[in-house]
Design a protein around this ligand. Structure first.
Ligand code: PBG
Length: 326
């Protein structure tokens, strides 16, 4: 009979010893909850492909966020769906735009909530691309000026942090400059530094009504095949002044998340995107996966790979579960 020299199972024998040696711990402090804000009052449109998520009018957003805070959630990120869209996405740069109004109302009603804004134009343009069009392509440097206008508006309406997601070259530097010039040198930037051209954004584009009307985002978002390029994207954004670096999506890109955290040691965020959420929801609804178990496993895996912050549509359910399991 062969007797093993090393017995790893000793420390797996029961839940007490397992919890004593556990390396990674999830906390509600890790989570950022995404919201989709629409005009109107009393609006709560269910997003079919994202069970439990809604397009919310500002009054409903406040109610919902108040409940989320009771679960311990401290931070949210806002995506706006404007009344009307145009080629320049003008709602995004107006003090009466959907995000401006949501910011003022949220900060007024829930001053203890940390409110992050997504900085991008795809939800506001009628063509659904992330900035200024030149022919069929997004014009980089013209878009930078628009992003500067957008962050000025977010800052003066009360955003606690801005998160540029459009993958324009120079976006972090341009935004940092605009904020500093306006006296917001203390306002942090979380850059979607490493954002892939991913099919996993499908449900989000329904929720945010932001699908491109022609073409795709391959000329600005990253090729899923590339890893070294992610290091260059992150390095450039750090140099331009990003305070937090994001990798997106999360689960299919844990290798990238790991490399970014190891290489730069920056506060690192991961976005568990709409498609990752929808896959788990759909499988669980069919009885093919255990919902809570897989939800928690996916989040702990993201944290273990190197995420300090996790943007996740599971924020509320995971917070609830963490509270129950304590
Ligand atoms: C762009 C943006 C997108 C997401 C976050 N910010 C969509 C895109 O690039 O098309 C996707 C998030 C998700 O899928 O949950 N404003």
């Amino acid at each position: 009979m062969y007797t093993p020299e090393y017995r790893m199972r000793r420390l797996r024998a029961n839940s007490n010893i397992r919890s004593l040696i556990r390396e990674t711990h999830l906390s509600v402090d890790d989570f950022i909850l995404p919201y989709f804000v629409v005009p109107g009052r009393g609006v709560r449109n269910a997003i079919k492909s994202m069970p439990g998520h809604f397009q919310l009018s500002i009054d409903e957003l406040i109610k919902d966020a108040r409940e989320a805070m009771k679960l311990g959630i401290k931070a949210v990120i806002l995506f706006g769906i404007p009344e009307s869209k145009d080629p320049l996405g003008s709602d995004a740069v107006s003090d009466e735009g959907i995000i401006s109004r949501a910011l003022r109302a949220l900060k007024d009603a829930l001053p203890g909530l940390y409110v992050i804004t997504d900085v991008c134009f795809c939800e506001y343009t009628d063509h659904g691309h992330c900035g200024l069009l030149h022919g069929e392509d997004v014009e980089n440097d013209g878009t930078l000026a628009m992003l500067q206008d957008q962050v000025r508006v977010h800052a003066r309406n009360g955003a606690d942090m801005v998160a540029p997601s459009g993958m324009m070259d120079g976006m972090v530097g341009a935004i940092r400059q605009a904020l500093d010039e306006e006296g917001y040198s203390q306002l942090p930037i979380m850059s979607y530094a490493v954002k892939y051209a991913s099919g996993f954004y499908g449900p989000f584009r329904d929720a945010a009504e932001s699908a491109p009307q022609f073409g795709d985002r391959n000329s600005y978002q990253m090729d899923p095949a590339n890893g070294d390029e992610a290091m260059r994207e992150a390095a450039i954004d750090i140099q331009e002044g990003a305070d937090i670096i994001m990798v997106k999506p999360a689960m299919p890109y844990l290798d990238i998340l790991y490399r970014v955290k190891q290489e730069f040691g920056m506060p690192t965020a991961a976005y568990q995107v709409s498609g990752e959420f929808a896959m788990i929801k759909a499988a669980a609804a069919n009885g093919w996966l255990e919902h809570d178990r897989v939800m928690m496993e996916s989040l702990i895996a993201i944290k273990r790979a190197g995420a300090d912050l996790i943007l996740t549509y599971f924020a509320r359910e995971a917070a609830l579960k963490l509270g129950q399991d304590r």
